[in-house]
Design a protein around this ligand. Structure first.
Ligand code: ATP
Ligand code: MG
Length: 487
């Protein structure tokens, strides 16, 4: 009786335990779906896949919030898809969203050719020859739509759609292709992530998701060949290292110093946006460090670079302070202008040339300033473009530097549209170590003063000597060398 009871208890215990075990193991099984197996094997693996092989990162893993996606970019993507074209959000926006940063802009990649896409949008414009794109406008917002591109067929380097120079530089880049090909002709792996709006997954063809997690900037393909195709990629490597605080993978970093001089072959017009993005996007100081590390500052600002070690002028201090000041202003949501940046970076090349002209004698100061400004700006535009809308204010900021010592004209000077920028440059100059005898403090006090205090400041300054910065004593030029005496 007792044994049959214990056998029964044992059987019940076995049944309960095995049911429990079965139930728990069933519960652990993921909900099966059509492509679940595919997704699982692709995402769990941390191993690198061969270049061009697709890895799908599901929404449950990347966790980009849907509200973070730009409405206008989504409208463009959906419109293209409704017409039967493949389309994805791509590039920097996906990289930045994965890093929890606010993207600067949203780009779309599609299988539609630019002309096909153009027909779908009312406010769309085709731009670019070297690289044809569609701009779709929503008020002030512009969504850039690029057709999937293939790399160049090396046998056909002078085609209608793609053109490559002897040096390897791509002159025209309008050879269309598949999404896989498009991914591989992008620059860095972290910039080649595609967001698919059908299931909100990310498609990765170059191990960019892993590099992002490992905070690595890695060129897709052979770094040297890719820099030769487009030397601007060297500036972009420096920029992303500064902006994201990532490491540049050793093979990606290695060719930059060697190939940096290739940047001089780029049309200066293309070299306006990229230097500004480096120096005027909130990470200017970090960018300067990267540019100097790779000797790229020299190609962008040769005149300034040549003076960085100057003993006569505090060039390096001014450059660093100007960039730190710009970073600070941007962090505070204040505006910045390229004119101020160029005025500051080129201030000492201008000063040196101005002094040479003054020393030569024969021309009034203002005329010397204009000549020096022409020469310095003329030299600079061989390296980067400076559109006229910025070069004119640069000249005005410089001219005001010569007028700021005239304290008697203070009220009139304060009316000048560039006064604020000129005062900021004066502050930077003095803070960087230029001996200005407290001039910037005087201007700070003057602006903060009430009318009677201003009278007092004017009165005190009249008592001070000298009021204006005396030009450096001219050296007497000898007509002839003194005859040598041999007695
Ligand atoms: P950000 O917008 O923060 O400046 P980004 O990576 O989005 O960074 P864009 O200039 O907007 O830079 O370019 C969009 C995308 O186009 C990049 O992410 C990259 O995939 C590709 N791209 C841009 N410039 C190049 C280039 N010179 N060579 C190859 N691919 C490029
Ligand atoms: Mg972008």
């Amino acid at each position: 009786m007792l044994t049959s009871l214990s056998i029964l208890a044992l059987v019940i215990a076995v049944i309960v335990l095995s049911t429990l075990y079965l139930w728990r193991s069933i519960d652990r099984r993921p909900v099966p779906s059509a492509d679940a197996a595919d997704v699982r094997t692709n995402t769990v693996a941390e191993a690198r896949l061969p270049l061009g092989e697709r890895r799908i990162i599901p929404e449950s893993e990347h966790r980009i919030a849907r509200q973070a996606l730009d409405d206008n970019a989504m409208k463009v993507v959906y419109r293209l898809q409704d017409e039967g074209y493949d389309s994805y959000l791509v590039g920097g926006c996906i990289r930045d969203l994965l890093l929890g940063k606010q993207p600067k802009d949203f780009d779309v990649a599609t299988s539609a050719h630019p002309e096909q896409a153009e027909e779908l949008f009312r406010r769309a414009r085709l731009i670019g020859r070297r690289f044809k794109l569609l701009h779709v406008r929503f008020g002030r917002d512009v969504i850039e739509v690029a057709t999937f591109r293939a790399s160049h067929d090396s046998d056909d380097n002078d085609g209608e759609h793609g053109r490559q120079a002897e040096s390897g530089m791509i002159l025209r880049d309008n050879v269309y292709g598949t999404i896989e090909e498009d991914a591989l002709r992008r620059d860095f792996t972290i910039n080649a992530l595609y967001y698919c709006v059908r299931d909100h997954s990310i498609h990765d063809f170059a191990n960019g998701y892993l590099d992002l997690k490992q905070r690595q900037i890695r060129m897709i393909g052979d770094p040297e060949a890719r820099y030769r195709e487009d030397p601007v990629r060297m500036l972009r490597a420096a920029r992303f290292a500064a902006k994201l605080g990532f490491e540049i993978a050793p093979e990606t970093a290695e060719p930059i110093r060697r190939l940096g001089p290739m940047l001089t072959r780029i049309a200066p017009a293309r070299l306006f946006d990229e230097p500004l993005k480096l120096l005027q996007s909130g990470h200017g100081e970090a960018s300067l460090r990267q540019l100097k590390r790779f000797d790229l500052f020299r190609t962008l600002f040769p005149q300034t670079d040549a003076m960085l070690d100057s003993e006569e002028y505090p060039v390096e201090a001014l450059v660093v302070n100007a960039l730190a000041n710009t970073d600070r202003r941007l962090a505070q949501g204040k505006s910045v202008t390229p004119a101020f940046l160029f005025a500051a970076l080129l201030w000492y090349p201008l000063q040196r040339r101005l002094q040479e002209l003054l020393d030569e004698g024969g021309q009034p100061t203002l005329q010397c300033l204009h000549q020096a400004a022409n020469e310095v700006l003329g030299e600079q535009v061989r390296s980067t473009a400076i559109p006229r809308r910025f070069s004119t204010p640069v000249r005005e900021i410089w001219e005001l530097q010569l007028r700021l010592p005239r304290k008697r004209r203070a009220d009139q000077l304060m009316e000048h549209p560039r006064f604020r920028a000129a005062y900021d440059l004066l502050l930077l100059r003095e803070n960087s170590g230029e001996p200005l005898d407290g001039l910037s403090q005087w201007w700070t006090d003057y602006q903060n003063a009430n009318p009677s205090q201003r009278d007092e400041l004017q009165h005190d300054s009249r008592a001070d000597q000298p009021q204006e910065r005396a030009p450096r004593k001219r050296r007497r030029r000898r007509r002839k060398p003194r005859p040598q005496t041999h007695d």
